[in-house]
Ligand binder design. Structure first.
Ligand code: SF4
Ligand code: SF4
Length: 287
């Protein structure tokens, strides 16, 4: 089962929920995948051992100027404007190339081949019963989608329970992260701004027709606009996590609350149970 954890912005507690869910699992091997490839931080909590690192490459075109006759077909074909003709010679802008491979196919002179370009790496490691997989995009690279695709198609990601820590917002990296998810947990803060951010990811999961529920984080005993929003839209509230100084301190020390404190262990076991139940009910409804 794949559970994606997402939020409309950073800092809501998305990684906190994803890390603790994976840590609270009773399965002998649960998997945590950090798809927030521009700023991964789940590994700071897990502190995995036995680290293994693999580079991730994309293909970018290389033009053989001796074969090229400056026909412009590749330039006109590239919808991303990653090719330009300068002094009758095609120039490739690697940074905005989407590696579609179309220009090499369309070139009548067979003047375009492809080379590997490193865009980042994937680290894997073990933290107790959790396989920790972390995607890291190199600074300046255009898109982390190829790294996310590689992680989510790996053998480890498709064995048992997999918790996907999505990037914040609703960009293409988030879409790629939730594409194969069985369930989406939307994390929100209990403020008006939190409603705005929740709405961003709510629209996304509705578009992808993903079963979903909400975890409210940092709740206080005051008005909660997010709760009102959830009731109005008939959204399932999975958990309300109270703001708590002890919890904030554990987070600031990069400790995993579910491993440190029975209260939080039970909270995340219960959340996991609710999500499993939701997924089973969804499967029965769709059968
Ligand atoms: S399509 Fe091929 S021959 Fe034409 S400009 Fe591009 S590289 Fe040169
Ligand atoms: S591979 Fe695709 S995106 Fe990249 S330059 Fe060629 S046509 Fe453009």
């Amino acid at each position: 089962m794949k559970i994606a954890v997402l939020s409309g912005k950073g800092g809501t507690g998305k990684t906190f929920v994803a890390v603790n869910l994976a840590a609270a699992s009773a399965e002998p091997h649960s998997v945590y995948i950090d798809c927030d490839v521009e700023e991964p931080n789940g590994h700071l909590f897990f502190k995995p051992a036995k680290i293994n690192t693999k580079p991730v490459h994309i293909k970018v075109p290389v033009v053989d100027e001796k074969l090229c006759n400056a026909c412009r077909k590749c330039v006109d074909f590239c919808k991303y404007n990653a090719l330009a003709l300068v002094n009758d010679k095609p120039f490739v802008f690697d940074e905005i190339c989407h590696s579609c491979g179309g220009c090499s196919l369309i070139c009548p002179q067979n003047a375009i081949s492809e080379r590997d370009k490193k865009i980042g790496e994937i680290q894997t490691g073990i933290s107790d019963n959790v396989n920790v997989i972390t995607g890291m995009l190199e600074p300046g690279q255009e898109s982390g989608v190829p790294i996310i695709k590689t992680m989510l198609s790996s053998q480890e990601a498709n064995l048992g329970l997999t918790v996907i820590d999505c990037p914040p917002g609703s960009a293409c990296t988030v879409m790629e992260s939730i594409r194969d998810a069985d369930y989406c947990i939307l994390v929100a803060e209990p403020t008006l701004f939190g409603v705005h951010n929740l709405n961003i990811v709510y629209d996304l999961v509705k578009f992808f027709k993903k079963p979903h529920g909400v975890v409210m984080n940092k709740c206080l005993d005051t008005d909660n606009p997010v709760e009102v929003f959830c009731h109005r839209n008939d959204m399932k509230i999975l958990a309300k996590i109270q703001f708590n100084k002890k919890l904030a301190l554990m987070n600031s020390k990069a400790l995993i609350a579910a491993r440190e404190d029975n209260l939080y262990h039970d909270l995340f076991v219960s959340l996991l149970y609710k999500v499993k139940e939701e997924v089973q009910n969804e499967a029965i409804t769709n059968s």
